[in-house]
Every structure is written in C-alpha cells, then in structure tokens.
Design a protein around this ligand. Sequence first.
Ligand code: ACO
Ligand code: OAA
Length: 446
Amino acid sequence: MTLYEKLAKDAVASSDIDKSLFDTFSVKRGLRNADFSGVLVGLTTIGDVEGYDKVDGKLVPKDGKLFYRGVELKDLAKGFQSKQRHGFEETAYLLLSGSLPNTEELKAFTKELEEERHLPPFFSKNMILSLRGRDIMNMLARSVLGLYTADDNAEDLSPENLLKQAVSLIAKFPVIVAYSYFGMRHSFQKKSLVIRHPQPGLSTAENFLYMLKGDNYSKLEADLLDLSLVIHAEHGGGNNSSFTTRVVSSAQTDTYSAIAAALGSLKGGLHGGANLKVMDMMENIKANVQNWRDEKEIKAYLLKILNKEAFDNTGKIYGIGHAIYTNSDPRAVLLKEKAEALAIEKGRLDEFHLYAAIERLAPQVFYDFKGANAKVICANVDFYSGFVYDCLQIPKEIYTPIFAVSRIAGWCAHRIEEVTFSSKRIIRPAYKNVCDRIDYIELDNR
Ligand SMILES: CC(=O)SCCNC(=O)CCNC(=O)[C@H](O)C(C)(C)COP(=O)(O)OP(=O)(O)OC[C@H]1O[C@@H](n2cnc3c(N)ncnc32)[C@H](O)[C@@H]1OP(=O)(O)O
Ligand SMILES: O=C([O-])CC(=O)C(=O)O
C-alpha cells in the first residue's frame, strides 16, 4: 500500500460518522430540517426565494418565485425587456442599493461601470503572460486575489469603500473571464491570443460578447446573455456561495478574500458548476439513449444514473432538484422559453425535446427510486442554461464563469449587508465532537 493509499483508507475510516447520531444530537445535516426546509440562520433584505408554503407545520409545494429587494424577477425582466433595454446594470444597482435606479442614477452607475472595466495595466500583462490556468473559475479567483494588490484601500470596510470595490469587481469580472479564456486557449490549445478592450457605450452583456467574439454577435444573443445575467444575479443568503461570502465576511476580512472564497463555492458541481455537469451528462445521455423519443428508454437510463451505474457514478441527475424550489424554478421557466425559441432558430429541436423529456421524467424516476417521502423536485436554473449558451456558441469553459459574472452583484450585496448591519456577529456555529478520547501513545509504542 502506498503512503497515500494508507492515509486515504485511514482518513475515510475516521471520517465516517454514524448517520443516526445526527438524530441523537438533533443536528441538521446540511443545515436542513427533516421536512427539507433550510434551518433559519439569518435575516436579509436582499433576495427572497419561495418554493413552498408552510401550512400547519407541513411544506406544501408551489410554483417558485424569486424576488430581488422585494421586486419579483419576472416583473423586473418584463420591465426592461418591454423597453428594449438591457437589465443587468439596473439589477446590480437594485441589489447593491436596495432600490431601482432612476434615469440619472442608472446613467451615472453605467458610466462608473464603463470606467471601472479597465484592468490595471500591470495586471492584464501579468495575468495573460503568467497566470497559466486550465480552469477559468480558478483563474478568476486568483485574479480577484491579485486585485487586492492593485487596491490601495483593500482593507477599508466603510460602506462607501465596499461599494467602490463592488462596482469595480462587477465591471472587471467579464473582462477577466474573457482574457482568462483566451489566455487558457493560448497556453493549452495553442490558439491565438485575442485581447479586445471593452468598448464604451456597450452594456455588460454586449461588452462580454464583444470581448469574446468581436462584432460577430447578434442582438438576440446579447439580449439572451443579458437576461441570463439578470436571472443568475442573486438567490438569498442561504445558497452555498452567498452564505460563504457572509461567513467569510463576518470575520471582517477584505472583499477580495471573501469573493475568492465565494468563487470556490460556486465552482462546485452541486452549485454553479452544475451547468457544466448538465452538458456532460446530456452528452452522455445522447450517446447512450438510442431513441430520444422513447420515454421508457430515457427513464431506464435516468434510473441507472440514480443507481450510480451510469454517467459519473455519483447518483446525481444534474440540473434537477433544489434546496427550496419544488414545483418549479422561475429562472428555469424563463430559460426554457428562450431555449425553445433558440432551438427552433438553430434547428436543434430534437435536442430541446430530449431536455424537456428529462425535465419531465427525472422527477418521476426520482420519486419511484426514493419512495413515498421523497422531496418534490424540478429542473433548476442550471438545467437549460448550458443549452442556451451552446446555441449562442459560447464556449463550455465559461458557462460557470458567466454565473460568477452575474452573481458577483448578489455576493457584494450580501457582503455589504453582513459587514454593515448593526446587529452583526461573527458566524460561528457549533460542531459536536463524537470521537472517543484516547491516551497519547509514545512513538516507539505505536
Ligand atoms: C445554482 C444552483 O446551485 S442550482 C443547483 C444545481 N445543482 C444540481 O443541479 C445538482 C443536482 N441536484 C442536487 O444535487 C440537489 O438537488 C441539490 C444539491 C441542488 C439540492 O439538494 P437538496 O434537495 O436541498 O438536499 P439533498 O441533497 O439533501 O437532497 C435530498 C435528497 O434528494 C437527493 N437528490 C436531490 N436532488 C437530486 C438529484 N438531482 N439527483 C439525485 N438525487 C438527488 C439527495 O441525494 C438526497 O438524498 P438522501 O436524502 O438520500 O441523502
Ligand atoms: O439557492 C440555492 O441553493 C442554489 C441556487 O439556486 C442559486 O444560488 O442560484
């Protein structure tokens, strides 16, 4: 046995905690109650996620709703779309400040974003030439930590400084992602290094597409990317990356440290990284299901996935299930509409129908698999987003980074709330230790 095989065997054995002890000590696994609702750990005024009603102490599933500072997401989207305007900038303003901007405020905020898009000169050069990386989320996190050095006021926790840092990061994220993508391609795929400077007068979504593809993008693509940025921007305080932001911020550390931690969380396959997992899973399903219209064959394959006999053998159907949503995730509903329109335009309806069949059949297979007490599950935001990006010919490597380009707005709002609110306290829950006490043994006697 090698050293690592031995260490791994011992670590696995000593990490194994009897599941029944969680009940014995009333510990909520994953901070979730037995009825699947989350343990209440904080108060916020930022995002609100509704997925069920509690009636006589029981959860009653319902269609999902999402609110940003009290405004329902679908009303927000309808508002700017009906005026043929991009909405990410006003969404970010709403999340950071607590209210929708008027025309003057939006203009000033947009101008500030425009100015803040430029990376420090030493930084672009260093990042592209030295920051070799195989994963854009990892490169983004390292870049964020690097920006600490470029900020003379990095440790200042005053609300005004936190807001300056927030606007700077919201502006810079798309630039860093685009440059990191080309840097990665250059280093590892021997492709050309393309650096396009952000252009004045373009929205966040347009600038991002411009930096990726030059002028080679359509209005439809820009509108869809803008919508995607709006719907991914915030999801309450309990989602894994926003909670990470709050936990780390509660220690009174700097913005760059907190955001780098949040990026690490979002990258995970059960959180923002699920959009990439969905694409890999769908490739696997497409290759293994002969007849995409045969529901029986699709169900049998989904069951194999749940049984850990197919795809990545984890037993997870990615893009399905949510901590709060039950009947539907409103973001998936919005994306599905767009995915269908795109599929028609791009001649990919067969694929779209396969997605729609999996969205419909996965919950049925899940209930049969789990039995009567299974939680009610539905497609989540990550289910259709990859398909939409693929139709827009956006490279796979930046699916999860696009989530970050958007969610940075929500993270910053949560950080500001956590650092600023008057009843704050460092977040420090308890862990019950269930290890037996043992005597220290001298090295020669072990
Ligand atoms: C932006 C976002 O983060 S959206 C979520 C993106 N993630 C995914 O799509 C990954 C697939 N989905 C999942 O893993 C889960 O549904 C989560 C992590 C999103 C939410 O999990 P929750 O439902 O809150 O909690 P939990 O993971 O305990 O689920 C309850 C049970 O249902 C199972 N389950 C839930 N969703 C799925 C799924 N998609 N596939 C297989 N099993 C699932 C869990 O394994 C768990 O089983 P257990 O009680 O035997 O341990
Ligand atoms: O709320 C969650 O647990 C995950 C999620 O959908 C998000 O962060 O957008």
